[in-house]
Design a protein around this ligand. Structure first.
Ligand SMILES: NC(=O)c1ccc[n+]([C@@H]2O[C@H](COP(=O)([O-])OP(=O)(O)OC[C@H]3O[C@@H](n4cnc5c(N)ncnc54)[C@H](OP(=O)(O)O)[C@@H]3O)[C@@H](O)[C@H]2O)c1
Length: 321
């Protein structure tokens, strides 16, 4: 397993030991094949910021995929041996064996590999919920920021499948090429000055912006929305929200769709939908990097330096698991 010894740089992630977890009432132990990572986990590691209410030392990681090894009291014993993905309640995921609430398990459908299921676990439901929040319709002109990232690469696919005209924006030519390969009509590099003009020229203006970045990039994207448009904010990879004043949006006739914490039932439903779409081949997670579990520090360093595309997985038991 990997410990977060204190908040700080990637080097605070250190391989170590702990007693094997034991499933309590309502819990299971998962023998982990792949541990998920998210950009939010790098922000939490760096400063404690984010949705995880915990202090180090702790084993980080909020998502795993593997096989149920043990069930606690009150849990159906038939789950043992099943392929599952699950949240871990905010911590404990960067490990060979992880504890999870039985209620959080999602069975991996036949036809979907475990690594793909882990890649879809958090990003798939997040992307689906943003798509619903935006009320995407056929013909909408849609901009996805950080479009080569975990959530962004799925939003490009989902919005395209919904009949939208999709522009994907990302940092650098290599990432723009990845976005073009996902089916975006136009892929722009927002490290280049003049990218907003490129988007305007290609679309005539936008109906929807999906913003997982915030800051200046998001404010520039807001400027491209037409009256009746929707600005869907769901993340702040840049460190700050777009912070567009409500009066400014109202004056422009643009709706600001703020981030929401969905209830557990909705999350479960969206997770199941994402896995089913993955199994049917309608949603293809882009797994850009894999690191052995004990090299979690290197994985985090790559993620926060923006060197990665798509999903970064920690491999615990390898591809045949
Ligand atoms: N993963 C989830 O389930 C989930 C759930 C809720 C909310 N979110 C939010 O969704 C956003 C995306 O999450 P993700 O896990 O899919 O991450 P990601 O998009 O794979 O990685 C973040 C990307 O943001 C871009 N970025 C733009 N400005 C940046 C800056 N100043 N510093 C660092 N990165 C910057 C980088 O791409 P470029 O190099 O292309 O700019 C970077 O690769 C996050 O803000 C997160 O808070 C995610």
């Amino acid at each position: 397993m990997v410990w977060l010894t204190e908040f700080g740089g990637p080097e605070v992630l250190v391989a170590g030991e702990a007693p094997d977890p034991v499933a309590g009432p309502g819990q299971v132990v998962v023998e982990v094949a792949y541990a998920n990572t998210t950009f939010v986990e790098t922000q939490f590691r760096a400063s404690g910021r984010g949705p995880f209410a915990a202090v180090p030392p702790l084993v980080p990681g909020n998502g795993v995929g593997g096989v149920v090894a043990e069930v606690g009291e009150g849990v159906d014993a038939a789950l043992v041996g099943r392929r599952v993905v699950t949240s871990t309640g905010g911590s404990g995921g960067y490990a060979e064996r992880a504890l999870a609430a039985a209620a959080d398990l999602a069975e991996v459908p036949d036809g979907l590999a475990l690594d793909e299921a882990v890649a879809l676990l958090a990003d798939g439901r997040t992307a689906l919920l943003q798509l619903r929040a935006a009320g995407i319709g056929a013909g909408d002109r849609v901009l996805v920021l950080a479009a080569a990232g975990g959530v962004g690469s799925l939003l490009v696919q989902l919005a395209t499948a919904a009949g939208a005209t999709v522009v994907g924006a990302a940092g650098g030519p290599r990432k723009a090429a990845v976005v073009a390969g996902l089916g975006a009509k136009l892929a722009v590099d927002y490290r280049e000055a003049g990218w907003p003009e490129q988007v305007r020229a290609g679309t005539g203006g936008l109906d929807v912006v999906f913003d997982g970045v915030g800051g200046d990039l998001a404010r520039a994207a807001f400027g491209l929305l037409v009256p009746g448009g929707r600005m869907v904010s769901y993340g702040l990879a840049s460190g700050s929200w777009a912070a567009v004043p409500a009066e400014t949006a109202q004056a422009r006739g643009v709706e600001l769709v703020a981030p929401r914490r969905p209830d557990p039932a909705l999350l479960r439903e969206a997770t199941g939908e994402a896995l089913a779409a993955g199994a049917a081949g309608r949603l293809r997670p882009l797994i850009g990097q894999r690191f052995p579990l004990e090299r979690a520090a290197q994985a985090h360093a790559a993620m926060e330096s923006r060197a990665v595309t798509g999903k970064t997985l920690l491999v615990v038991r390898g591809p045949s698991a």
